[in-house]
Design a binder for this molecule. Structure first.
Ligand SMILES: Nc1ncnc2c1ncn2[C@@H]1O[C@H](COP(=O)(O)OP(=O)(O)O)[C@@H](O)[C@H]1O
Ligand SMILES: [Mg+2]
Length: 368
């Protein structure tokens, strides 16, 4: 596991972390849903748990919320050990994927629900509910019933209902998964704006890497119950710590080969200079990884790593074109080009042509 320590370390020394998980595990029988998870989430941070279905995201979130007891480990909220406390004794709220709104209550009454139960006075409830509905742009829909709203609007009611209680931490389990792509993109931006304005710590679960990259201050990439890497979106995308992270975060061009004396010898193909790599010994089997948008097809610069290939496929998709370049039998790299003014249609490569491609050495990762 690789952890980017800067933010977490600062959080630990300046103030108590909003959420701190110390080696928590959850097992069912002899299989682990979550294994030895340690995380520090700073106050006001937008933190995402990202990973494929079944990797332990929901279980982790449920343990923070108090809905599932860890088999092992300690959970602290704002520096206080809450491991043994039930959900209603923890200053957190949860927004689930199914919004679970009360259909017989109006939007305003749905949002007021938690405050009423907490015994907050009527005037204060009215003010806080109205303020929160404005904030999520539902002011004009306060008297409507949830079933008359669109998916995106219901999502915002659920969010308002959780935020109005002013929790220290808001837990969100794939809250946008039910929305269609366009609305999801729009809600991603809105949700991030609301979080920034209100300044509440968000722990956000998603299996969608674009969503995590777009919204988060930091991301923990999970695989089979463990965190494989934790860092800023740029860290996990540009400097993936493992093959799993590289391939989960978008197209990564993993080329198998053998490391020898500063080169990766591709099976049945060229030897690519990668320079000395700390922790990689001669003869070890590695994967070389270069992101598709980091590979150049023309106007190569001095100092770039160059390699010859053959164009096998050209896929036009509006703003970009993807080329599949074959380096050796069965070994291809995806190359993504922006369709700017410079790259005119008629200049584009077609299938079967020999090309020289290149990348800056720092954009080439060697993963074992
Ligand atoms: N109540 C349970 N009983 C048995 N196994 C469970 C239970 N809850 C979750 N699991 C298992 O734990 C693993 C992680 O589940 P979950 O946290 O829901 O994953 P995710 O939210 O990342 O899709 C899965 O293999 C799942 O089948
Ligand atoms: Mg889940």
């Amino acid at each position: 596991m690789t952890t980017t320590t800067t933010t977490a370390a600062l959080a630990a020394t300046d103030t108590a972390s909003a959420v701190r998980l110390e080696s928590i595990s959850k097992s069912y029988g002899d299989s682990f849903a979550v294994r030895d998870l340690t995380l520090d989430i700073a106050p006001g941070e937008f933190f995402s748990l990202l990973g494929p279905s079944g990797c332990g995201k929901t279980t982790s979130l449920r343990m923070i919320g108090g809905f599932t007891d860890p088999t092992d480990g300690t959970i602290l909220l704002g520096g206080e050990d809450v491991t043994a406390l039930p959900p209603n004794k923890r200053n957190v709220n949860t927004v689930f994927q199914s919004y679970a709104l009360f259909d017989h209550l109006s939007v305003a009454d749905n949002v007021a629900f938690g405050l009423k139960r907490a015994g907050v006075g009527r005037t204060e409830i009215r003010e806080r509910v109205a303020g929160m509905l404005e904030r999520v742009q539902l002011g004009s829909l306060a008297d409507r019933k949830p079933h008359t709203l669109s998916g995106g609007q219901r999502q915002r009611v659920a969010l308002a209902r959780a935020l109005v209680n002013r929790p220290q931490v808001l837990l969100l389990d794939e809250p946008l998964a039910a929305l269609d792509l366009k609305l999801r993109r729009q809600m991603q931006v809105e949700l991030k704006q609301i979080q920034r304005e209100i300044g509440i710590t968000f722990v956000f679960v998603t299996h969608d890497q674009d969503e995590a990259l777009t919204m988060s201050d930091r991301v923990a990439v999970m695989n089979e119950g463990r965190v494989e890497q934790c860092g800023t979106p740029e860290d996990v995308y540009e400097r993936p710590a493992s093959r799993f992270v590289a391939s989960f975060m978008g197209t990564s061009n993993l080329v198998p080969g053998t490391y020898r004396a500063g080169e990766v010898v591709v099976e049945g193909g060229p030897a690519l200079p990668v320079g000395p790599r700390a922790g990689v010994s001669d003869g070890s089997r590695v994967s070389l990884s270069v992101r598709p948008e980091k590979i150049w097809l023309s106007d190569l610069e001095p100092g770039m790593t160059r390699v010859n290939g053959v164009v096998r496929e050209t896929v036009y998709s509006g703003p970009t074109t993807t080329y599949l370049i074959e380096l050796a039998p069965g070994i291809t790299l995806s190359v993504l080009e922006q369709n700017t003014d410079r790259s005119r249609m008629e200049d584009r490569w077609s299938g079967g042509e020999s090309v020289e491609i290149g990348w800056r050495p720092e954009h080439c990762l060697v993963l074992d």
